[in-house]
Design a protein around this ligand. Sequence first.
Ligand SMILES: C[S@@+](CC[C@H](N)C(=O)[O-])C[C@H]1O[C@@H](n2cnc3c(N)ncnc32)[C@H](O)[C@@H]1O
Length: 221
Amino acid sequence: MPSNPLSHHFPRIFHLASLHPPRDFYPIADTPICLEIGAGKGKHALLFASQNPDKHLYAIERTAIKFEAFDKQAGMANPPNLTAIHADAIAWTAFAVYPKQIQTCFILYPNPEPKNKNQRFLNMPFFELLLSKMADGGQIILASNIGDYIDEAERLLTEMWQLPYSKRQIESTSARTHFEIKYLARGERCQELIITKPGGYRTRFDETLPLHLSRSSSDEA
Ligand SMILES: C[S@@+](CC[C@H](N)C(=O)[O-])C[C@H]1O[C@@H](n2cnc3c(N)ncnc32)[C@H](O)[C@@H]1O
């Protein structure tokens, strides 16, 4: 446990021991990255990579059929600053990412999980691990078309995670992702929270190395 008090009031803790390395896993260097969790067919990932040549985006999608479509598009455009990864983003983040490595994390239109709200990202113990991997001043962009999802996230950010955020409504002409296009075409209100990790924010994972390193050093011991 850290000697300084934690910056949040989230009671549960993420269990790293049960995680398996993603298939075909390879490590990455400890340089600043952007991360997209649930990239779908990769529309936003390709757009972001072309508009931000100075940033490297790792975009993760776990559903095979969506990843195949993403990988095909990424292969054709072949931007040097985009890595498309077929994996569960939770395991991949735990195995690959260093503390404070992520500049910006995109979670765009995550599954709403209406029957199992514990599977929503801000309700999951994984969110604390993700925060430990965010740089000071780094931002998590969380978009949804579900008003209840955004309301709940705002409450959790204030009461549990103690994190500052701003909220904006997505313009009706925006077309960053396939789901965004679909929801806006139906006239639904899409909103986005821009969550900032302040400098000095403390989690229980601040000293936790990527699992590929800690597992290989404990294997050697
Ligand atoms: C509703 S879709 C949105 C896809 C895309 N962001 C968009 O807006 O078009 C949510 C996506 O997140 C993916 N997903 C959910 N949990 C994930 C996880 N733990 N790791 C990787 N992908 C995940 C799902 O497979 C699905 O493709």
